[in-house]
Design a protein around this ligand. Structure first.
Ligand SMILES: Nc1nc2c(c(=O)[nH]1)N[C@H]1C(S)=C(S)[C@@H](COP(=O)(O)OP(=O)(O)OC[C@H]3O[C@@H](n4cnc5c(=O)[nH]c(N)nc54)[C@H](O)[C@@H]3O)O[C@H]1N2
Ligand SMILES: Nc1nc2c(c(=O)[nH]1)N[C@H]1C(S)=C(S)[C@@H](COP(=O)(O)OP(=O)(O)OC[C@H]3O[C@@H](n4cnc5c(=O)[nH]c(N)nc54)[C@H](O)[C@@H]3O)O[C@H]1N2
Ligand SMILES: [Mo]
Length: 718
């Protein structure tokens, strides 16, 4: 990064960085513009009686907020306070630990994260299937790879390592890796696929069950691994028997041969993994999709065995102590705290964020009255936007920590102006640690980097780091602050870390807090700091140890609830039985003949980036992408305004032909638009697909995530 007059001016890739090798993403390259954005908040804001906002010093904001929370808590108890960390808590490694630490100090467990409206099925499936303590195969060593509804070349988030996914994919193809992609849109990554399936949306459980059917019928599984380490095989085999390739093909609009080819190709590899993304997790039965994928990996024995080296023994993470054995299944849901407003509770994916607006709107005792948002944007991101807005209006206190007056901040009582990424020290820990919760995510090598704060905040501004806000609240409320280490749902075993106690008299620096929370890193932070370009710390070889002699634990591929859900999927289309929306499938398909699916666009990050001109130059809105033949059939042309209606609400969209999309599908990015007052600006800000989502229908009974992809919609000219 180049600095002129104390301000960042240019970001370019670092060819000397051994993991990224010069790769950056467009959004990263525009950080200087984000930092200098005219709408960036240089002062915290307080809502005035007349509905306008006025600047307030950070200290005074913390005084007032602490006092208000104390009043509400003394009347209604700590449970009335909720915290919602979103995607921009990720780049700031201390912000979630400090926010959660403050909540626990306060005595509230009401922490809701964006994970529960992202890929909650991953957490649930990993819990009930169990985890393999030797870890998974990684992309760079594999000869087959399956992607189900993710697009890592654009999302740069999972499925292919985030450090230069394009180069890694090209190298893998050159090595002869076979890539299988299942996605209703022929995505950027699907162009590299050896086997590409373009199904109707929402049929992933049936397709994966049929792939398992073929793997079992043709005995393509790893019988030795299954006999030693797996339970539930016979129940699974019995359940998938009726999921013939012909049945799945019929529902998903594929051919049986395509599904058979995908199954045989996947099973023929020696090393590999199947990974799903947000698409199928937001479509119904996300837990089941993730569970069937883990089951497929397990049947094919795609786990590291005794004596094999682990590719990433940890850098900022503690040292791996992998073992060739299963961590037995645990409860996927029903884990402690429950909502008052709905029959939903804490699952392996945390509390049900998809239902948080109900918990705020609830009229009984113990509702949520205070919400603190860290780097998150409920009005843009939560399912059912109109209900979310009602919830924001009902809160007694809404505080956001946000760099601008986001769609949510416009409803806030206080908006705390934060320091931005280049103004604070940074660590690569969040991309490393994700390996602990998700299979085949994170860095495939022991890479780590520390970067110091590179510039000061703008002269005259009053901004703070997210953790400083929670530290300030804790001080004022007289509660100790502790940062807890990431609690691993554990991909490979690791040495434990200790919680870090903040000194509540002498405020630590961010660097001191980093030292404190990285207290058990395999590579000491001081050593990581000596390598300004980042480094792959491949100095140590750690191999998977033999299983404990008396270990009988097994991975479970026959979970009763999942097999019952699969049975229900089998029955869904039969005899015109009513869907959970109260309509038979044929009736619904007639009234709402299209399926709206989720996607990500290259130059935005959820609700961030679309206001940076260099990023949105070509299109500041989120087009409604449709197959050209569908547009012709509807009499709609490129750029026409269309109305997209679900059974719940309707939004405007701007039509854009895209021949890579399956017919009958409309593909549209989320987190665009704003509250309804701004709808007439659809050509400048796009529209909010979350408004189409009904968060009380077709929701997952365990994580609460509603149907946010594969939504039945009707499309007409507006
Ligand atoms: N319909 C539909 N809904 C979806 C999805 C979908 O595919 N379809 N995707 C879901 C997914 S996967 C997710 S993760 C959620 C995202 O949900 P959220 O995390 O709630 O939403 P974001 O838009 O990512 O919010 C980021 C906020 O951080 C602010 N920000 C930017 N930089 C900084 C910073 O440095 N510090 C601070 N404090 N704030 C900053 C931005 O201005 C923005 O308001 O949305 C979910 N919602
Ligand atoms: N450029 C950019 N990058 C991002 C983000 C962003 O907003 N922009 N957001 C970040 C966040 S918060 C996240 S969680 C990750 C997500 O990362 P990914 O999961 O890779 O997200 P997408 O690129 O949206 O890929 C989802 C794919 O699912 C497909 N799909 C939709 N419905 C279905 C279905 O029912 N079945 C199947 N098989 N496929 C379906 C869509 O066509 C799409 O190609 O990306 C992160 N990276
Ligand atoms: Mo996400």
């Amino acid at each position: 990064m180049e600095v002129e007059n104390g301000r960042p001016v240019r970001v370019t890739g670092d060819p000397e960085n051994p993991a990224y090798r010069g790769f950056t993403c467009a959004k990263g390259r525009q950080l200087p513009r984000q930092h200098a954005h005219p709408e960036r908040l240089l002062f915290s804001q307080k809502l005035q009686a007349d509905g306008r906002y006025a600047p307030i010093s950070g200290r005074m904001a913390m005084d007032e907020i602490a006092q208000r929370i104390q009043e509400i808590v003394s009347e209604h108890g700590p449970r009335s306070v909720a915290l919602y960390p979103g995607t921009y808590s990720g780049p700031h490694p201390v912000s979630i630990p400090a926010g959660v630490g403050w909540m626990l100090g306060l005595g509230s467990k009401m922490v809701f994260t964006s994970s529960a409206i992202d890929q909650p099925g991953k957490h649930v499936a990993n819990a009930i299937h169990g985890r393999w303590l030797g870890g998974s195969h990684v992309f760079d060593e594999s000869d087959v790879w399956l992607l189900v509804g993710n697009n890592p070349l654009i999302s740069i988030s999972g499925g292919i390592p985030p450090s230069n996914p394009g180069r890694r994919l090209r190298e893998a193809k050159r090595r002869g890796m076979k890539l299988i992609v299942i996605d209703p849109r022929r995505t950027e990554v699907a162009r590299f696929a050896d086997v590409y399936l373009q199904p109707r949306a929402g049929e992933d459980p049936a397709i994966l069950a049929a792939i398992l059917h073929v793997v079992i019928r043709e005995r393509l599984y790893d019988a030795d691994f299954c006999s030693k380490y797996v339970s539930g095989f016979d129940d699974l085999a019995e359940r998938v028997e009726e999921f013939t390739p012909a049945h799945a093909a019929d529902r998903a609009g594929l051919t049986a041969e395509e599904i058979e080819l995908a199954a045989r190709t996947f099973a023929a590899g020696r090393r590999g993994c199947g990974v799903a993304g947000t698409g199928p997790n937001m479509a119904p039965h996300g837990n089941l999709t993730e569970y069937l994928l883990l089951t497929l990996n397990t049947l094919c024995g795609r786990w590291r065995r005794e004596g094999e080296e682990v590719p990433n023994p940890g850098a900022l993470l503690p040292r791996a102590t992998p073992k060739a054995q299963a961590l037995p299944p645990r409860a996927g849901w029903g884990r402690g705290e429950s909502l008052r407003s709905r029959e939903l509770g804490n699952s392996a994916a945390g509390l049900p964020t998809g239902a948080l607006s109900d918990e705020i709107l609830y009229t009984g005792e113990e509702r949520i009255r205070v919400l603190i948002c860290i780097g998150s944007n409920p009005v843009a991101a939560w399912p059912d936007q109109l209900k979310t807005i009602r919830a924001m209006e009902k809160l007694e206190l809404l505080v956001t920590l946000d760099m601008k007056m986001s769609a949510t901040s416009k409803f806030a009582d206080y908006v705390i102006a934060p320091k931005l990424s280049l103004e604070v020290p940074g660590l690569s820990i969040s991309s490393e640690a994700i390996e602990q919760t998700y299979v085949a995510h994170g860095y495939p090598e022991p890479y780590a980097q520390y970067s110091p704060a590179l510039v000061d905040p703008p002269v005259g501004s009053d901004v703070m780091e997210e953790w400083e806000f929670f530290y300030g609240l804790s001080q004022r409320m007289g509660i100790p602050l502790r940062a807890y280490p990431i609690r691993a749902e554990t991909g490979v075993l690791r040495e434990p870390r200790d919680a870090f106690e903040f000194d509540m008299k002498n405020k630590p620096t961010t660097d001191e807090v980093f030292e404190g929370i990285m207290n058990a890193s395999r590579i000491p932070l001081a050593e990581v700091r000596c390598h300004p370009h980042g480094r792959i710390f491949d100095d140590e070889t750690i191999r998977v140890q033999p299983a404990d002699p008396d270990c009988r634990d097994r991975l479970d591929v026959g979970n009763t609830d999942m097999l019952l859900e699969l049975e229900a999927v089998r029955g869904e289309l039969e005899g015109g039985s009513p869907t959970r929306r109260g309509m038979s499938v044929p009736d619904e398909r007639e009234r709402f003949p299209f399926q709206l699916i989720s996607r990500r666009m290259p130059n935005v990050y959820n609700s961030s980036g679309r206001d940076i001109e260099a990023l949105s130059r070509r299109k500041p809105y989120n087009p409604a992408f449709l197959h050209p033949e569908d547009l012709r059939m509807l009499g709609i042309e490129r750029g026409d305004l269309v109305e997209i209606a679900s059974s719940h609400a309707s939004i405007l969209g701007i039509a854009e032909p895209a021949s890579e999309i399956r017919r009958g599908i409309v593909s549209m990015a989320h987190c665009f638009g704003d509250a309804p007052d701004h709808d007439s600006r659809v050509r400048e800000i796009g529209s909010n697909t979350g408004r189409l989502v009904d968060n009380e229908r077709d929701f997952d009974p365990h994580t609460g995530i509603p149907r946010m992809s594969a939504i039945p919609v009707a499309i007409t000219r507006a």
